[in-house]
Design a protein around this ligand. Structure first.
Ligand code: F0G
Length: 481
């Protein structure tokens, strides 16, 4: 792993790119920030981008592109069927994943829709074991008449930990399910890395063992590779057996072991789109019929050819260790600096973003008043940074009056790749540390309307705590933004 040492400074990540194009950003005064989050119903999803200084909601479709990607976009062969662009991307996918068939779709959840139509719908009541659930995936499985079973090791849910692969399957649990009801299993879904538990990686050995179990019991193995980029970095740096393997070799070992791979190219490949890839011609033809009906003709599947060309270049970048280490290094820096200041973060740092443990940050806010949602609003007020609630508000609401209980109450500060600089992270660290020292001022939230709710519904504060927090900010920071 390439590392930059420092002579006389604390180590910090170093950007391995230079900036060619920039977008202006504005930081509103704290009083305006309170108005903006109030207008958005204290729900960061409902905010307008113009009110945000650091947009750390997600890394999805917002990673900075390279000049090579932008250049490649001009090669897009806009044609309805049989576009050159399709074959160029299919060749790149074959080169990297060694799979013969590729179906483009408009984004990751469309892959999940296609797979649920192909494998869950024909078997009503079937189940999909997975290391952990993700909303877009389980939504489609349930919609098609199936259900999911979580097979994460118990250790995966410990927020403060030194376990390098908290996304690993509990293989004993998985084998028990496969032994008893293999016929009822639509497929096994491997999420690499694991979004909702803090972007935690899964080890290559564990994925290979899952695929062996699938083969033993005659069940399809499906890899959700949306978050694979960061996970590859963690395999390379945390899994001893693979330290001397190249990223391409690691991908190949994984790809050869699983039947189907899908990914959101909004995350993997620095573009926007999605892909399903596999080797079995019969299965390809089966899934293709759904792509043609729901997404678009199977040589573009709802994607723009410009994005397909950008993904082709982005996939090469994804195989470059020096490029993919940047995201995890930025996240590690953010998490370590906050942890050193006593702020409760999920450890070890994972991929996708730095995750704050809201239950520990604001232990005085009961679950019924949404600690993570309240903390996300307070972070915006303190810094102009928009994070994402990853807790009860984000969980699926099925019944009126019964509030869901998230497995964790986290606030995710996603780190879109190559978008923000170390000085911007330092600013954020300073503001989050200030907020931690003033955490008693944060109180809870409640929904403004009766349930059941969606994660994009409006909330309101239980008191005037946002204004009091802003007043304290003004007192401590004087006329600073
Ligand atoms: N799988 C995983 C592991 C994801 O993280 C996502 C998206 C998807 C599938 C769906 O992909 O958005 O392209 O339809 N995660 C985004 C996020 C939304 O912000 O974490 P999509």
């Amino acid at each position: 792993m390439e590392k930059i040492g420092y002579y006389n400074r604390k180590p910090m990540p170093l950007e391995m790119h230079k900036v060619c194009i920039v977008q202006k950003a504005e930081l509103l005064p704290v009083e305006e920030r309170v108005k903006a989050i109030r207008k958005a119903g204290f729900n960061s999803y409902r905010m307008e981008s113009a009110d945000i200084y650091l947009d750390m909601l997600t890394d999805s479709g917002v990673n900075a592109m390279t000049n090579e990607q932008l250049g490649a976009m001009m090669l897009g062969d806009d044609c309805y069927a049989g576009s050159r662009t399709y074959f160029r991307l299919a060749d790149k996918i074959k080169e990297i994943f060694n799979k013969d068939y590729f179906l483009p779709v408009h984004q990751g959840r469309a892959c999940e829709h296609m797979l649920a139509l192909a494998y869950v719908q024909p078997k009503p009541g079937s189940i999909v074991p997975m290391n952990f659930q993700f909303g877009t995936s389980v939504g489609k499985i349930k919609y098609c008449g199936g259900d999911y079973v979580i097979c994460l090791r118990e250790e995966g849910l410990e927020t403060a930990s030194s376990d390098p692969f908290k996304g690993d399957f509990d293989l004993v649990k998985l084998e028990g399910i496969l032994r008893e009801q293999a016929e009822n299993v639509a497929f096994v879904r491997i999420e690499a890395g694991t979004n909702l538990i803090g972007g935690q990686p899964i080890s290559l050995d564990n994925m290979l063992a899952v695929s062996e179990l699938c083969k033993k019991y005659g069940v399809l193995s499906v890899l959700d590779a949306s978050l694979l980029q960061d996970n590859l970095h963690f395999i390379k740096t945390r899994e001893n057996a693979y330290q001397n393997k190249s990223i391409r070799e690691i991908v190949r070992a994984l790809s050869d072991a699983v039947d189907i791979i899908y990914f959101s190219a909004r995350k993997l490949g620095f573009g926007r789109g999605g892909a399903i890839i596999l080797n079995d011609e019969k299965e390809f033809e089966h899934i293709k019929t759904f792509v043609a009906s729901f997404e678009g003709y199977p040589t573009f599947g709802g994607m723009s050819v410009k994005e397909m060309e950008a993904i082709r270049v982005g996939l090469d970048d994804t195989m470059d260790e020096r490029i993919i280490c940047q995201g995890p290094q930025f996240i590690e820096y953010l998490a370590n600096e906050l942890e050193d200041a006593g702020v409760p973060v999920v450890t070890p740092p994972g991929g996708l973003g730095c995750h704050l443990d809201a239950e520990k940050f604001v232990p005085h806010i009961p679950h019924s008043k949404y600690p993570a949602g309240s903390l996300a609003s307070a972070i915006y007020i303190s810094s102009g940074a928009r994070g994402m609630e990853r807790g009860a508000i984000d969980e699926p609401w099925e019944e009126d009056g019964v509030a869901p209980y998230g497995a964790m109450e986290l606030v995710r500060l996603a780190v879109p790749r190559r978008v923000y600089t170390v000085s911007q992270l330092n600013y954020l660290i300073d503001r989050v540390c200030w907020l931690y020292d003033n955490r008693e001022l944060i109180e809870g939230l409640q929904f403004s309307t009766k349930g059941p709710h969606n994660f994009y519904d409006a909330l309101e504060p239980v008191s005037d705590w946002p204004e009091r927090l802003a007043a304290k900010f003004r007192k401590d920071f004087g006329d600073s933004l």
